[in-house]
Design a protein. Sequence first.
Length: 522
Amino acid sequence: NVNSKFKIQNSKIDGIEEGQEVTLQELLQHVVRTKQIDILPERFEKQYFNWVDNLLDWCLSRQIWYGHRVPAWYRGDEVYVGIDAPEGEGWKQDPDTLDTWFSAGMFSFSPLGPVEGESEDQKNYHPTSVLETGYDILTFWVVRMILMTTCLRGEVPFKTVYLHGLVRDEQGRKMSKSLDNIIDPLDVSEKFGTDAVRLSLMVGSSPGNDSKLSEEKIGSYRNFANKLWNIARFIQLTINNEQLTLVREVSLPKANTLADKWILTRLDQVISEVTEHIEQYRFSPAAETLRDFTWNEFADWYLEIAKIEGNKTAVLNYVLNTVLKLWHPYMPYVTEAIWQELYGEEHLLMVEHWPSVPLLTKEGAGEVILQFALVKDIITNIRSLRSEKNIEPGKQVGVVIVCTDEQAMLDENSALIRGLARVESLTITSDESAKPAQASSAAIGSIMVHLDLAGAIDVDAEKARLQKEIDRVAPYVLQLEKKLSNKEFVDNAPEAVIAVEKKKLEEATQKLTALQEQLSML
């Protein structure tokens, strides 16, 4: 009964004294308003209070087959209520069952043993830290758990309620048999792997919001799991098993080059960012940060650098070891399998400590990031210039870099630039007249990167090719412009069609401009 008052026994609730009389409404309002329970996202507090403030009496019995039987027995005018059946003959138990949510409402403490006498599990594991559930059962289940636990135990059942959204299909529709759009997690786990399914559900989702799921998305995370396997296999083959060491047994590796300093500095930043995201329940941003580091920085850059510079055993081991720990909450099966393959079955990843940021010298960390970013930009620009001129990937070319302040740093990393950009002859100078007679150039701030075209391409043939491509693209641009300036088309065509045509025009215009610029350089 909503209006009934009762006394809280053994109160551990801040603001509620031992034996204090309160109504259910007052109790449910108090624990959330005083932030003894946080609801995430916070906007769902409005839904919580809207339901609690308009609380109605709760009929506990249901006429259904499955559930806890109402613990009441009748014999004539006699009524007995208890856990066990009464002694004697002639008693008949109430045929109804308790409301499902009444039974579920005791879940925070019922698996931990009897409330009376405080079992060891009750003392050690109650209340729990976080309840994670769907926003659609906030009032059905969460409120009832708070009600049952505060009344029976005199404490809150959990500190935080994290609400997830519904999983919908790739078009945002609710999954249903009639639409034939149901994705069975068992089927896709068998097809793509359990970790791929886990990642696809976590990445791209946010608390309280629905998310879209498709086999294509799950497949992309299967590919990422394969990427992690390949990274580990490359490192295992590079430094051999005897030199693989658990990080807890070794000190921070020595950084011998700019690339070493960069990857270790970035790893520090990623540990901090991922840890903060997870502590704030931002699970998708944490995974996205980690994925970007693992694939785009560690695999695409540092592993390629390791092939050129060599002598990376300690750094490779340290970074891989830490990355596996960071990924473990998201990909427990793949990471555990890799860990035991590398370090032996007697060492379980699941009991390792979470990585912490080493006490490195932070002075100069920003400079390391900036310097390596410049090296990456130079390599990327050289690759782009090669691609624009259709120079075969295996063909060695000459490059001149004209700079002032950065010359010493670039000289130190010249071998790296030559190796990753496939440069045979690299000149780093402050002399602007060193620019080759035939060159394709790119500016990076005040730095000029000149790709020597002499011997790399047939200039006349390249001019002819570019002009032919311009002659093909230019009329297409005019055609699209004419179409989009046609009032009848714009007024009658669907918005989606118009958007597609505008996108085509934008891309074609950009391509035409790029072709004209390339031709002018020659």
